[in-house]
Design a protein around this ligand. Structure first.
Ligand SMILES: NC(=O)C1=CN([C@@H]2O[C@H](COP(=O)(O)OP(=O)(O)OC[C@H]3O[C@@H](n4cnc5c(N)ncnc54)[C@H](O)[C@@H]3O)[C@@H](O)[C@H]2O)C=CC1
Ligand SMILES: O=C(CO)COP(=O)(O)O
Length: 333
């Protein structure tokens, strides 16, 4: 039985722990709060995040990161992107030397503009051959309800990606392996920002034409940007690209989409932040994504417009003029 540790007992960490257990792994979760670990062990429920999900008996939890990591062959990281480095400084040494390390995170680090796999390599001293990124249309509440979904399991290490695909394949979760780590991570991070834009548009009363235009042009800028970083353009036509873009932009279950919706409806940024209990990665990552795109000369107008609303105090209503009055251009330029 493969032994897996999941660091982070939030929405996706918990749903992914259930996948791993349903696939036959023995799973230990690390929870920041002792009461969350206790409820998982005694009631098999994580009520703050996924109250409907009854976790399998083979999922255990502890608030001690070193106890959690002992003996794990696979270590899964599911904390907010902007906290990953600090978390690794505190408990990164709990990750066993030969363990495969999986990132479930969809963000770009502020300041360094690093992707999560790069932060793991740097702050956790992990060989890229052992780093795997899981991404795709995977809204945690739907996965927790065991609704069928697929995902990309990407790594430059063939053995590592095969091991994680094997460990997380269930009748409701189908992993596809891929070698394009850059494209997989860029797809996951940028779609959160596009979902913020779509949410704002919906919140302002716009319909499906606006949503589809933002989604499609959002995918175009994601691919243009990703290719500049070395990604395979085909990845953006797959689950970590169009798949995740569609799920996140269409669903009110998406925290990024909902965050944008509330802004579009007229709530202030401070009000929306206070009203959001879980991680909406695009809110912070729009800034680092924009910085990274500028550093490689990639034009990302939707990301730029979202950043202007979220960080420069522009009114969401300005989104329309910011995007619609730019110089006309060829669709594929
Ligand atoms: N929820 C979803 O449907 C999906 C989420 N993701 C990604 O997974 C990553 C984790 O997201 P969620 O589990 O949804 O987030 P969440 O907000 O539901 O949970 C975050 C977890 O990290 C823990 N944590 C550890 N250190 C922390 C710190 N310093 N500050 C705040 N929290 C800290 C929290 O206690 C909590 O257990 C994100 O990058 C997200 O984009 C990816 C696919 C699906
Ligand atoms: O990444 C996700 C679905 O694939 C979850 O999106 P949110 O973080 O916006 O909820």
């Amino acid at each position: 039985m493969t032994s897996v540790t999941v660091y982070g007992s939030g929405s996706w960490g918990t749903a992914y722990a259930a996948i791993l257990a349903d696939a036959g792994c023995s799973v230990t979760m690390w929870s920041r709060r002792a009461e969350v670990a206790r409820a998982i062990n005694e009631e098999h429920i994580n009520s703050a995040y996924l109250p409907e999900l009854v976790l399998p008996q083979r999922v255990r939890a502890t608030d001690d990161p070193h106890e959690a990591g002992a003996g794990a062959e696979i270590v899964v990281l599911a904390v907010p992107s902007q906290t990953l480095r600090d978390n690794l400084v505190v408990w990164g040494d709990a990750i066993e030397g030969e363990a495969v390390v999986v990132s479930l995170m969809k963000g770009i680090e502020l300041g360094t503009t690093k992707r999560m796999s790069q932060v793991i390599e740097e702050a956790g001293s992990v060989d890229p051959q052992r780093i795997v990124v899981v991404s795709g249309p995977n809204l945690a509440p739907e996965i927790a309800a065991k609704q069928p979904a697929a995902a990309v399991v990407a790594s430059v290490g063939k053995n590592a990606r095969a091991k994680v695909a094997e460990a997380s394949a269930t009748p409701y979760f189908r992993p596809y392996t891929n070698g394009d780590v850059i494209g997989t991570e860029i797809g996951g991070a940028v779609k959160n920002v596009i979902a913020l834009a779509v949410g704002m548009a919906k919140g302002m009363g716009m319909g499906d034409n606006s949503m589809a235009s933002l989604l499609t042009r959002g995918l175009a800028e994601t691919a243009r940007f990703g290719v500049r970083l070395g990604a395979d353009p085909q990845t953006f036509l797959g689950l970590a690209g169009v798949g995740d873009m569609v799920a996140t932009c269409a669903s009110p279950l998406s925290r990024n989409n909902s965050f944008g919706f509330k802004l579009g409806q007229g709530m202030t940024l401070a009000e929306v932040v206070a009203d959001t209990k879980q991680t909406a990665e695009g809110v912070k990552s729009c800034e680092s994504i924009l910085a990274l795109a500028r550093s490689v000369g990639a034009d990302v107008p939707i990301v730029e417009a979202v950043e202007a609303v979220v960080h420069e105090g522009r009114d969401p209503k300005d989104l329309v003029s910011l995007l619609m009055t730019r110089a006309l251009k060829h669709e594929r330029s």
